[in-house]
Design a protein around this ligand. Structure first.
Ligand SMILES: Nc1ncnc2c1ncn2[C@@H]1O[C@H](COP(=O)(O)OP(=O)(O)OP(=O)(O)O)[C@@H](O)[C@H]1O
Ligand SMILES: [Mg+2]
Length: 405
């Protein structure tokens, strides 16, 4: 059982559209919802802070709301990291011994160090080292080599890196809002914890979190992360296309998208008209609802063509045998799944987060899958740390924590 001060776990998702703080409680029966706070994001865009003061004020607001709702002060939290500055790369390394020997912690640590020893630009830091497999002599697919005998130990690792300054600025904003950051997590990795089923993680699946500013994705196969990437398109690009195409302010095009948007033109009945306010002081006009679809459909195709090319380039199209799961607010656009289906030619489903006990139904939506996944991930990380304390060095602990359940 966690110590009293570890009874609660808080996750903070500083998004481009919304900032969400979720507090969960450890109980004997697992995680239980304790409270949450939401605020419209100001000062953060695509995973980076663009206005520190406004970002701090937003985080403060969301934290205060979560404190009121949970009835406890929030001092520590897990923080999500996302956006175009994040990169994923597969790497490997290993050791050859003069004769067969038992693999201990030190050997594993050295093999992992060899795998991570690729040159990184000075402004980048390692966010996750996620083991895919250990290879002992010729034997592939070993999950835990500790205590086994070999003359050669290799490890294949998926390494996720982030721009140090971008990550540090989000941490600073959270610190200034009065909360210490215990750990950071690449958001779709955490999201995967709340939406993917174990058979999907085994067979091979892509989770794409379509946020406001970008689409963050991970591919998981045989329970390990095979690929991660960020595409520079999110829901807000659909909104700004509408703004330009309909000559209407962003605030209006956002409303129109949510009320009348569809990514498939032919699903919109012919003859429907929608009132569209104009920019400036010109009077509003009636436009055909189909025009909205004509603007949104190409953007939807572009997004999934980008995803397809990203997966193809990484050799991941075949790996995703269980298809693609889409989460994030951007995934809610009607018709989007059908476009994804037709472009990717794979099964596509929406991500409905697995609820935690006592959670209000309002959180059971795709845009909260990430923050929910973060508390599940944080719970798993803490539990894994406890269990692994005796056997693993701290580097290996953080590495192993990222491995799929
Ligand atoms: N019903 C809807 N139809 C279409 N788009 C929607 C709908 N609801 C929300 N969105 C879009 O989802 C996006 C917000 O999603 P989300 O809350 O997941 O973003 P975020 O986490 O704040 O951003 P990011 O992950 O990029 O930092 C916005 O672009 C919004 O317009
Ligand atoms: Mg998000």
């Amino acid at each position: 059982m966690p110590k009293p001060n570890e009874q609660f776990l808080t996750a903070i998702d500083v998004g481009s559209a919304k900032t969400c703080v979720l507090v969960a409680e450890f109980t004997e029966n697992g995680l239980r919802y304790r409270g949450h706070g939401l605020a419209d994001s100001r000062g953060s865009r695509k995973g980076i802070i663009v206005d520190l003061e406004r970002a701090v004020a937003t985080i403060q607001k969301a934290v205060e709301r979560a404190e009121d709702s949970a009835g406890i002060p929030i001092e520590h939290a897990f923080l999500g990291v996302s956006g175009s500055h994040v990169r994923g790369v597969n790497t490997h390394g290993g050791l050859v011994f003069s004769r067969a020997r038992e693999i201990g912690r030190e050997e594993i640590r050295q093999a992992v160090d060899k795998a991570r020893a690729i040159p990184l630009p000075p402004d980048r830091e390692v966010l996750h080292l996620l083991p895919q497999e250990f290879i002992l002599d010729e034997q592939h697919g070993v999950h835990d080599p500790l205590g086994m005998i070999a003359t050669r130990l290799e490890v294949r690792v998926h390494m996720i890196t982030a721009a140090t300054s971008a990550t540090q600025n989000v941490i600073t904003a959270v610190n200034r809002a009065g909360v210490h950051v215990d750990d950071t997590v690449f958001e779709p990795l955490a999201c995967a914890d709340s939406v993917l089923r174990s058979d999907e993680r085994e067979l091979g699946i892509c989770l794409a979190d379509i946020g406001a500013g970008s689409t963050n994705l991970v591919v998981i196969q045989e329970g390990a992360v095979a690929h991660s990437a960020v595409l520079p398109v999110g829901g807000d690009h659909f909104t700004s296309d509408l703004s330009v195409g309909l000559c209407t302010p962003l605030i209006e095009s956002e409303k129109i998208k949510k009320l009348f948007g569809n990514a498939i033109v032919t699903l919109i009945p012919e003859g429907n008209e929608v009132e569209v306010p104009c920019v400036g002081d010109r009077p509003s006009r009636m436009v055909s609802q189909r025009l909205i679809g004509e603007i949104l459909e190409p953007r939807a195709r572009e997004l999934f063509e980008m995803l397809r090319e990203n997966l193809r380039h990484a050799g991941m199209l075949e790996v995703c045998a269980a298809g693609v799961v889409i989460s994030g607010g951007g995934s809610r656009l009607p018709g989007l799944m059908d476009i994804a289906d037709s472009v990717l030619r794979k099964p596509v489903r929406m991500a409905w987060p697995v609820p935690i006990a006592k959670m209000p139904s309002a959180l059971a939506e795709p845009e909260f899958a990430t923050v929910l996944g973060m508390v599940v991930y944080g719970h798993r990380a803490r539990t894994a740390r406890g269990a692994l304390d005796e056997r693993w060095s701290s580097k290996l602990k953080s590495m192993l924590v990222g491995k799929g359940a």
